[in-house]
Design a protein around this ligand. Structure first.
Ligand code: CA
Length: 227
């Protein structure tokens, strides 16, 4: 069955162009021209991928993404204006799977769509991860400690998931940066340390555990035998 793609884009010519190209590639395409309609359509759960423009009438793309992510893990590829760095950072931190900067080539867009669809399928296969009383469910996108829910942002969740998947293996900052923020991340390089600190504030302190260890000069690790 062909993947179903929802295009949320108010520029009619671009939306039409994308519809033609994606249909030609064999995808089933639906379109929405404003944020509210797009959000409602995305929440039906009938799509395998959402192409989401940032600048939209009604609700902007970041707000659509924020509301969508409270209920859905559908892969989202953001379409951002050139040099709108804040849009990229905000979008990725709110749970966009990837972004592409306008103007883009159709080949680049198709490659990113294929990657996002593969990532979405892989996420659904993943099993629940555990460390002692801590449970992370990739499919439901939830974390709890002994039954108490822990509210994490999308990046905090991804960082914790990455460390839990590789227990006892030290992950360097570069490895974590690539896995969680993407290979072409261009922001602050201490972002990994900042997010480890967030996780410690949300898990170590309230639950009295030592979850993530700092390995000096190397990186971070979660030790399975301490679970
Ligand atoms: Ca727009």
């Amino acid at each position: 069955m062909s993947a179903r793609i929802l295009i949320v884009e108010d520029e009619a010519r671009l939306a039409r162009f994308l519809e033609l190209e994606l249909t030609h590639e064999g995808y089933t395409v639906t379109k929405a021209a404003d944020g509210r309609t797009g959000l409602a359509m995305a929440l039906t759960g009938e799509h395998d991928l959402v192409l989401l423009d940032v600048m939209l009438p009604g609700l902007n793309g970041l707000e659509v993404l924020r509301r969508l992510r409270s209920e859905s893990d559908v892969p989202v590829l953001m379409l951002t204006a050139r040099d709108a760095v804040m849009d990229k950072v905000s979008g990725l931190d709110m749970g966009a799977n990837d972004y592409i900067t306008k103007p883009f080539s159709i080949e680049e867009l198709l490659a990113r769509i294929r990657a996002a669809l593969r990532g979405g399928a892989a996420a659904q296969r993943r099993t629940v991860l555990r460390w002692g009383a801590l449970t992370l469910d990739p499919a439901r996108h939830t974390v709890d400690y002994a039954g108490t829910p822990v509210a994490l942002t999308f990046k905090e969740f991804l960082l914790l998931q990455t460390l839990l998947e590789e227990q006892d293996i030290v992950q360097t900052r570069d490895m974590l940066l690539e896995k969680v923020w993407g290979f072409d991340y261009a922001g602050e390089t201490n972002v990994v340390d900042v997010y480890v600190r967030y996780l410690r504030q949300k898990i170590d302190a309230p639950f009295g555990v030592k979850l993530i260890h700092t390995v000096r000069g190397m990186g971070y690790v979660i030790k399975g035998d301490e679970a």
